[in-house]
Design a protein around this ligand. Structure first.
Ligand code: 4AD
Ligand code: MG
Length: 459
């Protein structure tokens, strides 16, 4: 159906006018002489209007169709006299494939997203979730196109791992379940392993051999966060670049986000119009601004200063040395800079062990920071977290010891610093948060097909 619209002129040619479409009935209007059946096949927002003449042998059957029935339609493409759509299909046959029982939970009215979460297997049949699915797919395609065109190698990093990349102890343990095994035996064939929180460490190993690489896969966090921005299972894009600095990584991140957004503005226009109309007013303008304006950049120290001087009433007081809260992040992006903003050079004590020390800074406060950065965006807060990595063996080792990490567990990671080490940098972008940013969907649980969060793994 999407192709019918995109190539309407082609299908209005007499020779090409006869088409066969299959999809699900949205609405049926019986006008006695005619019936209008709106059929949606998931390829666009509106579906297509099928006009059924009263003389068709199956006319009565057609008027009995209800929302959700699956049908196959044969017919001629014609210009539509109605203003809503350029074309319609004049049916020569309408075949019912699957009927719908009376308890079908999706009716014509609008359902709350909360209700739809309870029927995650049927919600892709609604306009909002179908549009989200198309945007997700388009953004994934844009991601590969962007990195591939720049010569990055796509790396499949492992899901099962023995390394805690973030060192935050938020990993799900993986267990085998031999019959009757006790908890102590329930592990990975005698080894203690987990689901990965990030593909970064593997990406570093490959970047230190291939130059530029990126991962794009599922990651897992066992944090008990019940927010609109957190999932236990989410997808992350993690580029890693050799012979690169913090600024190189920020430049790449900015180019990638702009590319993804402009890809959608080019290719998913109808879906974006839908989100602008029904989900977030002004989202198209926001995305155009994201594409066209340079992102702001500010050091953590200056960001704290801005927060301190603002008249905003924060629940948490901004303080040098403490992590930025979501309210602080959103203030910076939405009110102060009014665009995406990179905050960089965070205090070492609130950041992960692998980030490069700014030990050559001229002042004492600067020397207590690391070459980290976050990208904060309006409506969401943190979209990206990244850094230049500590490439100096001694520095990395002493940092690990400081944080009580066992160097024996990271022996291979340390090897990268012993054999031909290079400055390198990378970042992780939370794919669902990117989809939220591009659609205006308020809750992260509504931008992934089957969301996993505390207490919810029902599908
Ligand atoms: O800031 P994070 O924890 O950084 C890393 O994992 C680094 N190893 C990435 C790297 O440098 N290669 O996570 C990166 C991003 C966050 O900015 C956020 O967008 C997303 O991943 N994220 C989550 N998204 C949904 N649910 C969660 N629980 C998330 N935790 C992080
Ligand atoms: Mg982070």
């Amino acid at each position: 159906v999407q192709r019918l619209y995109a190539e309407a002129a082609h299908y209005l040619e007499p020779a090409n006018a006869y088409v066969h479409i299959k999809g699900w009935v949205r609405t049926v209007r019986d006008q006695k002489q005619f019936a209008f059946v709106q059929v949606n096949d998931g390829s666009n927002v509106s579906g297509v209007q099928v006009v059924v003449d009263g003389s068709l042998p199956s006319f009565h059957e057609v008027t009995q169709l209800t929302t959700g029935c699956s049908v196959a339609v044969l017919g001629y493409v014609r210009e539509s006299p109605g203003k809503e759509q350029p074309i319609e299909i004049h049916a020569t046959s309408v075949e019912l494939i699957g009927s719908v029982s009376s308890e079908y939970p999706l009716q014509k009215k609008r359902h709350s997203f909360e209700f739809l979460r309870g029927i995650a297997h049927l919600r892709p049949r609604t306009n909002s979730f179908a549009a989200v699915a198309r945007i997700r797919s388009a953004l994934a395609s844009a991601t590969h196109t962007f990195f591939q065109s720049m010569g990055f190698i796509y790396l499949h990093s492992p899901i099962i791992t023995s390394s805690d990349c973030e060192g935050a102890g938020e990993m799900f343990r993986v267990t085998t379940l031999p019959p009757g095994a006790g908890d102590d035996q329930a592990d990975f064939f005698g080894q203690r392993v987990s689901l990965t929180v990030s593909g970064q460490l593997s990406a570093e190993a490959y970047a230190c051999a291939l130059g530029d690489v990126y991962t794009f896969g599922p990651t897992f966090r066992a944090e008990n966060s019940n927010t609109k921005r957190h999932l236990a299972e989410f997808w992350m894009i993690e580029p890693e670049m050799a012979f690169a600095s913090r600024d190189d990584a920020m430049d790449n991140a900015e180019a990638y986000v702009k590319y993804g957004v402009s890809f959608l503005l080019d290719k998913q226009w109808e879906d974006l119009q839908f989100f602008d109309r029904f989900i977030e007013k002004g989202i198209v303008q926001k995305l155009e601004m994201t594409r066209d304006l340079p992102f702001a950049r500010v050091t953590y120290t200056d960001a704290i200063e801005i927060l301190f001087k603002s008249k905003e009433k924060f629940e948490f007081r901004p303080e040098w040395g403490a992590d930025l809260q979501t309210e602080h992040e959103r203030y910076l992006a939405e009110k102060h800079f009014q665009r995406p903003v990179f905050v960089y050079n965070y205090p070492a004590k609130i950041k992960a062990f692998y980030m490069r020390s700014n030990d050559s800074e001229s002042n004492a406060e600067g020397r207590r920071t690391v070459a980290a950065f976050d990208l904060l965006v309006p409506g969401i807060g943190e979209l990206i977290g990244g850094s230049q990595r500590e490439e100096r063996y001694e520095m990395l080792l002493s940092r690990m010891q400081e944080l009580n990490l066992n160097p024996d567990q990271y022996w291979w990671y340390l090897d990268l610093r012993r054999y031909g080490t290079v400055p390198h940098a990378g970042y992780g972008l939370g794919f669902e948060r990117f989809v939220q940013y591009c659609t205006g969907m308020d809750n992260i649980r509504d931008v992934i097909p089957f969301p996993r969060y505390p207490g919810h793994c029902d599908f």
